[in-house]
Design a protein around this ligand. Sequence first.
Ligand code: HEM
Length: 132
Amino acid sequence: MPDETIIERSLALAGERAGDITPQVYERLFARHPDMLALFVRDKTGSVRGEMLARTIDVILDFAQANSYGENFVRCEVVTHEGYGVPREVFPNFFTAITEVLRDVLGTDWSPGMEREWTALLSRLNALCEPA
Ligand code: HEM
């Protein structure tokens, strides 16, 4: 299905161009939510940040396609993370930070189709973060 291919393609291209996008994503997130940085106090090596982004990309890919677990997983993580001190309102900005980094890294290769599909996906993802 073309829509899903566009999401996958944008992630794959960004990986080819920039390698690991973890630092850029968290830089954007912390620029918007400086208070969140302190919550990563145990993450001395950056491995938690890396693992969290990898899991998030996996869940986004599932949610964009089969949605075999993605929707439930995001809803669960929102609740689990409240226990870490992460307000649910931060989640949409994390998803947005990922999208913005992809857009930046792809530059002129960021297509209108990518813009359209990511915008639609963000709105579906953000809906999962609303209180029940
Ligand atoms: C769908 C979105 C998210 C997913 C799937 C996710 C997933 C995860 C996972 C798997 C871990 C454990 C990583 C490890 O220990 O190796 C983790 C930890 C953590 N996440 Fe997220 N996360 C998400 C969103 C967020 C957001 C938006 C924040 C806000 C900054 C956040 C803050 C944290 C923090 C502070 C920890 C470390 C907690 C600790 O010290 O044990 N997460 N996350």
